[in-house]
Design a protein. Sequence first.
Length: 256
Amino acid sequence: MSKSIPVVVLSIDKKLGIKITGITNGIDSEKYLPEKKEISLLPYEYSPGKCQLEGKYANRQYFLEHYASRNACLDEYPEIRKYGFISTTNESEKTVYVSYHGRIVSQKGIDILQKAAVLLLEENLNIRFIFMGQGEQFLEKALAGISERYTGRCVYLLGYERALTRLCTAAADFAVFPSNFEPCGLEDFIAQIYGTLPVAHATGGLCKIIDEVKEIIDAAIKHVDKKNMGHFMDMLLGRRYDDEDNIILSEKDFIF
């Protein structure tokens, strides 16, 4: 739990004076420090707070070569299964990496995520997807299918391993959290520690992204569906749409 956590007091009934006192979600950032690889478990050290990101991109390259490439061998993690791969052949400085790590269950909005990813992958945009996690079999199969269909641009690591999940997050530019509901939410905190910007559905515990990190270009989507998530990720790529495209959300509808 972080050292300074705001206390939230909610008045239920002013007449009766009934109140609930609690704390917002917190995290002990010292357990994840990217500046110390013996703590972060990442191959390379870096400091997002000091804008020293060379190590972040070195971690990306390490991830791509050892775990996401066509010939990557995951012998050190026999419990992890890989579907698809990411090719660096046509990579440029403008290539955007988007990651999701977490439980592969309906609560987490995986159906929305996979449909939004397809919208972008179908257009051959300069974007790469990293998925990792396990859970409901039909959703696992959906992510595996996408990764094998869009080879070279998408990889799915089925399973869980702590160091590898952290590397997936650190390697990305954006971490997405399209949860249908979210009582807590710690992965968005972890993403920020690793200099990876969280993009989330504004629900439950994920709303703290807006409350506590206004000065960073974090974002929450008010109403999440495949089109909104897909178009928002388009915005991250610098694309805009005119009124004839019938987009439900415009830039003003997102909370930054």
